[in-house]
Design a protein around this ligand. Structure first.
Ligand SMILES: [Zn+2]
Length: 304
């Protein structure tokens, strides 16, 4: 089934819809729309008003129940800045809530210099009604879903939404597909641990990630391989006195994910790996982000 211009709707289980952005790059994330029976479960919104309204139109077109519940897989603006447009009770992890409280009055303004081409009309954070720190069971007339904490990894507040009877899992940005993943706001080593657990628990599930097409569970192992490549390679090069994230990236390359979009994120992932290796807590802001972003662009331009 076709969606709006930017997305394609994939029915991953009976009336479980993955709304997949066709590009998957910066601020181009996926959402989920699930018929729970008497209400719709929305998994992540979109970063601005236009895209979130497209999502709301899809709910109507798919004849989903008007009453809704919203789960944000993490705090990132592309997944959450449209929350306020939906009349849904919303849920996020308590660690994500803490970040949202901090960023609420700063976003989206602090992101604008990095993304001058984007339309931030209607982009803003709102606080969720509910924050969770453990498992939540969502009960509908048609099916059940389980919300679980799975971080720290991509961020410090990553949650996943599991449909055990349909063997479908929405994992937010714990999984990227054909688009280089981004660990800047989380932890590379933590992400490796999370992926190992997901791989064991969901080996026969369909996986809907936060960016890129729907995948089978082999995507989880591929990403684990990538992050091990980044962490172990960074450690080895650092010990051999290659210490700048850009210089490390040139030697390391994206390895198992060579050819994926947004390859310059390797530089950011290496910066986070260096922090992990120094035992700096997950999610701690990187020093001098503008300078690091320049190195990312340089890597992208220099390795075409
Ligand atoms: Zn994210």
């Amino acid at each position: 089934m076709d969606g709006s211009n930017w997305c394609e709707v994939v029915e991953v289980g009976p009336r479980i819809y993955a709304v997949i952005d066709r590009d998957g790059g910066w601020f181009r994330n996926n959402s989920g729309l699930v018929d729970m029976g008497d209400y719709t479960l929305v998994i992540d919104t979109q970063y601005n008003e236009a895209r979130t309204r497209d999502l709301m139109r899809l709910m109507e077109k798919l004849e989903l129940p008007e009453k809704c519940l919203l789960v944000n897989t993490h705090h990132h603006g592309d997944h959450a800045w449209g929350n306020h447009l939906l009349e849904c009770t919303s849920i996020m992890h308590k660690n994500a809530l803490e970040v949202v409280k901090f960023l609420k009055d700063l976003a989206p303004d602090i992101y604008k210099p990095f993304f001058p081409q984007l339309d931030f009309t209607g982009s803003k954070y709102t606080l969720p009604e509910i924050a969770t720190s453990g498992e939540l069971y969502l009960i509908g007339g048609k099916r059940e879903a389980i919300v679980k904490y799975a971080g720290p990894a991509h961020t410090v507040g990553d949650i996943i939404v599991e449909f055990p009877n349909e063997k479908v899992i929405f994992v937010g940005d714990l999984v990227f597909n054909k688009v280089t993943p981004l660990a800047l706001d989380g932890t590379v080593s933590g992400w490796i641990t999370t992926l190992a657990k997901l791989s064991e628990e969901y080996s026969d599930y369909k996986v809907v990630g936060g960016h890129g097409p729907v995948a089978d569970s082999s995507i989880i192992e591929l990403l684990r391989k990538y992050f091990r490549h980044v962490l172990e390679g960074t450690k080895m090069l650092y010990e051999n006195n290659v210490r700048d994230p850009y210089d490390i990236a040139i030697k390391l390359t994206n390895g198992p994910l060579e050819g994926w979009k947004e390859k310059g994120r390797l530089v950011l992932n290496i910066a986070r790996a260096l922090m992990d290796l120094s035992n700096i807590p997950p999610g701690t802001p990187v020093e001098d982000l503008p300078a690091l972003a320049q190195k990312m662009y340089r890597y992208e331009a220099g390795t075409q």
